[in-house]
Design a protein around this ligand. Structure first.
Ligand SMILES: *Cc1c(COP(=O)(O)O)cnc(C)c1O
Length: 395
């Protein structure tokens, strides 16, 4: 156990940093009171939540009253989309616009709404993995209740034109939600400037623990209660607060914003190193867009290679990376993100996502690129698909 030496799957989850752990520990061991209690350790917990809410709000350009703590990105996505959909339906608006390559927390929620009679437009993301703002505009209808487009894609890292889409939605008085789970660790976001009405974030993608996240909901938009019970989160989401998790999320967001620019520069350099090595390999494809991308996430497809085998070979070398998203690697379906880019099934299958964190080192990247070409060669030598591909070429 615990034999992974090089962790390059930070888009799946991240380690809890020492800074975050130290910030949260007092709320597990000392100020562990119930924030709703009036004695000192309860009040301390309650103050910690208030402070965390202010810090998260400030980092997003929002107001504290617009931040709701949740159990993570999936819950925030569900809450935002289901709330706006229900309110839209009450006003006869049952059309929603999204993209073809959203996270499943968004796509599966929308599929559920389709069964309830909503109509969903799935915008194309083109070969580079970027939605066109003008496509959003053309898809708008008088009965459109919501536009939900992710900020940065989790498999290929491409950044969407969020401010442009936000402006279009505001102009047409349509609510705009963005799943910013992958963007929060790497980009400075301002919900006011970018006209974002609702935004989802998750702690475990930025060195806080799993099971905490937030939903930003602009003032004036009435959220529908999500969990009934106590009066927590302004009576909209009951349940004793995850105090240490909430403290961790605020600390993690603060820490990320402090090192963001520096980390992105470092990641750009590492990504270029990986790119230069990988693109030497025959029949490889870089997936996404080099410019409009979270610098620390890169994705390639290798023809004649099976993604799962590639991951196992890397694992034998102590390297953790991903092929498609973690949620789908249990199945043999190729990634819906890569299919949305227009990749054929066989090529989508042989994909590799490398995602870095602020703790990724150049030595780790050097180790990866020293073993990767050999692994691809070895796998191709055993692959009937590769044999067929190269035979065709030699004809
Ligand atoms: C990880 C992720 C989620 C889900 O967040 P959880 O906190 O794991 O529920 C949603 N959207 C995107 C883009 C993600 O990367």
């Amino acid at each position: 156990m615990f034999s992974t030496k090089i962790y390059l799957d930070n888009a799946a989850t991240t380690k809890v940093s020492d800074r975050v752990l130290n910030a949260m520990l007092p709320y597990l061991k000392e100020a562990y009171g119930n924030p709703s209690s009036i004695y000192t350790i309860g009040r301390e917990a309650s103050i910690a939540i208030t402070n965390a809410r202010s810090r998260c709000a400030e980092l997003l350009g929002a107001k504290p009253a617009e931040i709701y703590f949740t159990s993570g990105g999936s819950e925030s996505d569900n809450w935002a989309i289901r709330t706006v959909a229900a309110q839209g339906a009450a006003n006869g608006k049952k059309h929603i616009i999204t993209s073809a390559f959203e996270h499943h927390a968004v796509l599966h929620t929308l599929q559920d709404l389709e069964k309830q009679g909503f109509e969903v437009t799935y915008l194309p993301v083109y070969e580079n993995g970027i939605v066109k703002a003008e496509d959003v505009k053309s898809a708008l209808r008088p009965d459109t209740a919501l536009v939900t487009i992710m900020y940065a894609n989790n498999e290929i890292g491409t950044i969407q034109p969020i401010a442009e889409i936000g402006a279009i939605c505001r102009e047409h008085k349509v609510l705009f939600h963005t799943d910013a789970v992958q963007a929060i660790p790497h980009l400075h976001i301002d919900v006011v400037k970018e006209n974002i009405d609702l935004l989802s974030a998750s702690g475990h993608k930025l060195h806080a623990p799993k099971g905490v996240g937030l939903l930003y909901c602009r003032r004036g938009i009435r959220l529908t209660p999500y969990i009934s019970g106590g009066a927590q989160e302004r009576g909209l989401r009951a349940g004793t607060e995850n105090v240490s998790g909430i403290v961790a999320l605020a600390e993690a967001m603060t820490a990320a914003s402090e090192v963001m620019d520096e980390t992105n520069e470092k990641h750009k350099k590492y990504a270029k190193k990986i790119y230069d090595t990988v693109m030497q390999i025959p029949r490889v494809r870089f997936n996404g867009d080099w410019e409009h991308r979270i610098p620390g996430t890169v994705n390639f497809s290798f023809e004649g290679v099976e993604g799962e085998s590639l991951l196992l070979q890397l694992d034998l070398k102590g390297i953790a990376a991903s092929s498609g998203s973690a949620c789908t690697s249990g199945s043999l379906d190729p990634s819906h993100v890569l299919l949305a880019l227009g990749l054929v099934h066989e090529v989508a299958h042989g994909s590799l996502r490398i995602s870095m964190s602020e703790y990724t080192t150049e030595e780790e990247i050097d180790e990866l690129i020293s073993v990767l070409p050999g692994i691809i060669e070895k796998l191709r030598a055993m692959s009937p698909l590769w044999e067929r591909l190269t035979k065709e070429e030699n004809k």
